[in-house]
Write a protein that binds this ligand. Structure first.
Ligand SMILES: [Zn+2]
Ligand SMILES: [Zn+2]
Length: 77
């Protein structure tokens, strides 16, 4: 049984390996407050300035508004 990172699609042989990976997976470093989806920075911005949720049905945008860094949220928690 393999465990797949839903952010970057890498597979791991154990759940522990997957959890360790997810802590620093660069493909899921941002998330959208509106829909709760995690995604890569490059999926949300083209110029590193304007951020928009990549979910087609979601209107979330703006870093620090609807889009947040997973890292920052962890630090606050
Ligand atoms: Zn990953
Ligand atoms: Zn969204």
């Amino acid at each position: 049984m393999t465990h797949t990172c839903r952010d970057c699609k890498r597979t791991f042989s154990s759940e522990l390996e997957l959890e360790l990976h997810q802590d620093n997976c660069k493909s899921g470093e941002l998330f959208c407050d509106s829909c709760g989806t995690r995604f890569a920075e490059r999926a949300a911005t083209e110029d590193g300035w304007h951020y928009r949720c990549p979910e087609p049905d979601c209107e979330g945008d703006g870093i620090g508004e609807d889009i947040h860094r997973v890292e920052d949220v962890r630090l606050k928690a």
